[in-house]
Design a protein around this ligand. Structure first.
Ligand SMILES: C[S@@+](CC[C@H](N)C(=O)[O-])C[C@H]1O[C@@H](n2cnc3c(N)ncnc32)[C@H](O)[C@@H]1O
Length: 211
């Protein structure tokens, strides 16, 4: 009975987190959040968890909850908080907060604090390129969810992946949704001696470098 209850506890945990973090405005499916949370808690290697593209903190909270529950490394959340092209006024995912406040950073901070995770999140308010230029240290989990154009996805990967430890994880969001991300992701996992897909879930693509 204990084993059965333990198995079902996963569902209880999932539902709890989905209810809380799902209420944060954002673009991550609950199952993707749970996968990120599990990778943050139990993923391979040692080093920082770096998220590119935090918006209002939905994925940040899933990641931070996972790694905090395992007493592991903090989450570095990199975003200029000015929104992607599709969030700008008149665009397909127009964001009211950006229109009114010019930044999603205050909401991000409030959401992370309300979740009790501020002690596990270190924001870097800068573009991905700027942040990479002054980054030092190993990364065990890199989550790429910034600008979804092909050029930006490629650049995010190229400037950040050299910090990922051998056997570390690189995860992409919006594979299959955003043409630019999808094209880059396919090139990456189809290349011989490149990154190998570990699994995909909804639009989350999870890879590691071939040894
Ligand atoms: C799709 S949203 C991220 C969604 C978030 N992960 C979630 O769970 O809801 C993309 C974010 O990337 C940020 N972004 C876009 N281009 C960027 C760049 N060059 N550097 C840093 N952040 C960028 C935007 O400000 C936006 O907040």
């Amino acid at each position: 009975l204990d084993a059965l209850v333990n198995t079902l506890r996963i569902l209880v945990d999932y539902e709890n987190c989905a209810r809380h973090f799902g209420a944060i405005e954002g673009f991550l499916h609950e199952a993707e959040g749970y996968a990120l949370m599990t990778l943050a808690a139990r993923g391979p290697g040692n080093g920082a968890i770096v998220e590119l593209g935090s918006f209002m903190g939905r994925s940040t909270c899933w990641l931070a909850h996972g790694t905090k529950s395992a007493f592991r490394e903090k989450v570095t959340a990199v975003d200029h908080f000015k929104g992607s092209p599709e969030h700008q006024p008149g665009e397909v995912f127009e964001c009211a907060t950006l229109k009114e406040e010019g930044s999603t950073y205050p909401r991000f901070r409030a959401n992370v604090e309300a979740a009790g995770l501020a002690d596990y999140v270190e924001p870097i308010v800068a573009s991905s390129e700027e942040a990479a230029a002054s980054w030092h240290g190993p990364i065990r989990l890199l989550f790429i969810d910034g600008d979804h154009s092909y050029e930006a996805t490629k650049r995010d990967f190229e400037v950040w992946s050299p910090f990922v430890v051998p056997g570390g994880i690189v995860a992409f969001h919006d594979v299959g949704n955003a043409p630019g991300v999808t094209q880059f992701y396919r090139e990456l996992v189809d290349a011989p001696d490149g990154h190998r897909q570990l699994f995909s879930l909804v639009s989350l693509g999870v890879t590691t470098e071939e040894e």
